[in-house]
Design a binder for this molecule. Structure first.
Ligand code: UT7
Length: 334
């Protein structure tokens, strides 16, 4: 008996209506459009509106679009894999909040907490469930609200100008077609760098998880060693793409479209150069959305599909690197 493969049959996305330009940020903190564009390539991002958007509500909107494009109903879905670092509640995760908002059956729902690599990890988990025969149709989501994690002030400017809010979703289905769908996924971590991009509080290490004092001292803000993250991203993005290619006996020039996690336009450009991809083979939308962490790849994938940049039979490469450090890649024959 041949093992089924899994293929993406529907893509969807949602971004909040609230567009925040670099110019808007210069009015509330000591920054400039030039600094942000030069260092990151970001021109604007979306910020959620309280009372309207949540991580799970944005996931619902992205899911509805993906389901419609796949010709599926919520009842057809066997399992939910939800990638986010910013779930609506500390617990339970956002998977169950998505489950209750649409007429799904009482299917299983897990949250994946692998930050920037979250969507590829989620895709890989779903792929294994399909390959094993346990499920046939799985919803894979990445959704983030980050504009309220970072501080829109001078002391928070190093991170708050980079990140944005949004959601993307795909429907993954079992297929018996050969050489179709997800060809391979590669997942890695190196926990010795855990504190190089992290948010310590409110964690469970201390008796008191949260205090006004922590807030005042800025201890409730994420920390990022930007230069170290940057250097490692340049190493691991190409490495993990090459590792995936080697496994399926393909080469860099076989890739039709490269969809990296949108961390920084300079990282994408350097990786593109290293892998010899011409501009038309690389998706970059960070100028409009900033870094949306687990949502960045499914949003970029959705836009590339809508723009007609993905054709039947194309070889698509996804890759991500970020907090953990965690990094990952996926090769998909569309
Ligand atoms: O998706 C998660 C993974 N994350 C990444 O991949 C991010 C990787 N890292 C990066 O993209 C870059 O390190 C950053 C874009 C975050 C920062 O660029 P950088 O060239 O490493 O800048 P820096 O942090 O060394 O800061 C340079 C200067 C500093 O001033 P001094 O010390 O040179 O006087 C900062 O205080 O820029 C200053 N600065 C700002 N200036 C204006 C920091 N943030 C800002 C800001 N506006 N928003």
């Amino acid at each position: 008996m041949t093992m089924p493969a899994s293929k993406i049959t529907g893509v969807g996305m949602y971004v909040p209506d609230n567009v925040v330009t670099n110019e808007d940020l210069t009015k509330i903190m000591d920054t400039t459009n030039e600094w942000i564009v030069e260092r990151t390539g970001i021109k604007e991002r979306r910020f959620f509106e309280e009372g309207k958007d949540t991580v799970s509500s944005m996931a619902v909107a992205a899911t509805e679009m993906a389901l419609e494009r796949a010709g599926k109903k919520p009842e057809d879905i066997d399992f939910i894999v939800f990638a986010t670092l910013s779930s609506d509640y500390n617990f339970p995760g956002s998977g169950v909040l998505l489950q209750r908002k649409l007429p799904f059956r009482n299917i299983g729902a897990i949250d994946i907490r692998t930050q920037c690599s979250g969507f590829i990890y989620a895709l890989s988990v779903a792929d294994q469930f399909i390959k094993s025969g346990m499920y046939k149709t799985i919803l894979v989501v990445g959704s983030e609200v980050q504009s309220n994690v970072f501080e829109l002030t001078d002391r928070g400017r190093n991170l708050s100008v980079i990140f944005g809010d949004g959601a993307g979703a795909v429907v993954l289905e079992a297929t018996n077609e050969t050489n179709k769908g997800i060809l391979t996924t590669k997942l890695h971590s190196d926990g010795k760098f855990a504190e190089e991009l992290y948010l310590e509080h409110p964690g469970s290490r201390r008796k008191v998880r949260f205090s006004p004092d922590m807030m005042e001292k800025g201890e409730l803000l994420p920390y990022m060693n930007g230069k170290l993250v940057f250097m490692n991203a340049l190493k691991y993005f190409p490495e993990v793409v090459r590792e995936a290619l080697a496994e399926v006996n393909l080469k860099e020039s076989d890739i039709d479209l490269f969809i990296p996690h949108q961390a920084n336009a300079r990282i994408t450009q350097a990786v593109q150069k290293e892998l010899n991809f011409p501009d038309e083979k690389v998706v970059s939308n960070i100028d409009r959305y900033g870094n949306t962490t687990a949502a960045s790849i499914p949003i970029a994938l959705c836009e590339a599909w809508q723009d007609g940049r993905i054709k039947e039979g194309d070889l698509i490469a996804l890759a991500a690197f970020g907090s953990g450090f965690l990094w990952a890649s996926a090769l998909i024959r569309w």
